[in-house]
Design a protein around this ligand. Structure first.
Ligand SMILES: [Zn+2]
Length: 278
């Protein structure tokens, strides 16, 4: 069973322009041209998932303002009805400025979206801000997963809104059972993650960290060491597609010398144990 826990899609009518804008941001931020690996629409992800032999791609939708969550979540629930056919499942979206966050989370629970996605850089809020704390606290109480972008964002390097220190600060107040830090705990901050976070009961996803088309990637040695130290039962395979080709991501992950049992856990069994997708 292979589950990609971290992917993105864009509505058909804005897919092209959204990606062009993000590619320009990456060029500005990293001084490097990075091209999106697939057509960033829903159909593009569904095709890529099937081609790569992945059983399920999970979309992490980012709400960039308070008006978006309701709309995104309603359409996500609809998409999830066709999961068997499309091989796509959508998590829920929420924005830290939503004053009606309880209502939104209740809806996410009712629509069985299983988790919420937070993106502190695009939501302009630090991860240990009270506005996130209250959302995470309530979401965890409802047994939802919380997946958060961690570390530098390729397109917005000026200010990092989720660092290992902020995670530790949040952890002093709440210890959500299903917290997933994307990009192995913090893109480009892996040494600090190793020092401060490994061993805690927090999940890490592998999204985009091995992509050699980005300016920085994790070394095979460090990825293996981090998995061994942290425990393979707390690592989830992810790609960040369209920012990493899913077939290539599987090939790159396969290079890491892990035993078959650990590989299976990471590639899908952990995610399915947490969220019971199938
Ligand atoms: Zn992402």
């Amino acid at each position: 069973m292979i589950i990609d826990i971290h992917t993105h899609t864009f509505p058909d009518r804005i897919a092209e322009s959204a990606i062009v804008g993000m590619e320009e941001n990456i060029l500005k931020g990293q001084g490097m041209e990075v091209k999106c690996a697939r057509i960033p629409t829903f159909k593009g992800l569904s095709d890529s998932t099937k081609k790569a032999g992945i059983d399920l791609s999970v979309v992490c939708p980012v709400a960039t303002n308070v008006r978006q969550p309701e709309k995104i979540n309603r359409s996500s629930a609809k998409v999830n009805e066709k999961m068997d056919e499309t091989k796509i499942f959508n998590f829920g979206a929420i924005h830290p400025d939503c004053e009606n966050y309880m209502e939104i989370i209740d809806d996410i629970v009712a629509m069985e979206l299983k988790a919420i996605k937070l993106h502190p850089d695009y939501q302009n809020t630090f991860f240990d801000d009270d506005k996130y704390l209250r959302i995470i606290d309530y979401a965890a109480e409802k047994d939802l997963g919380i997946i958060v972008h961690a570390g530098e964002d390729v397109g917005l390097p000026e200010s990092v809104h989720c660092t290992p220190d902020m995670v530790l600060d949040l952890w002093k107040h709440i210890q959500p059972e299903k917290l997933i830090l994307a990009h192995m705990g913090g893109w480009k901050m892996w040494n600090e993650v190793e020092e401060k976070l490994l061993g805690l009961p927090i999940y890490l996803d592998t999204a985009v960290v091995q992509n050699d088309k980005l300016p920085v990637k994790i070394s095979d040695e460090q990825l293996k060491r981090m998995i061994d130290k942290h425990g393979a039962d707390k690592i989830l395979f992810g790609t960040d597609s369209p920012w990493y080709d899913q077939s290539q991501a599987l090939k790159d992950f396969d290079r890491i010398e892990l035993n078959e049992k650990d590989k299976k856990l990471i590639l899908g069994e952990n995610a399915n144990r947490m969220f019971k997708f199938m």
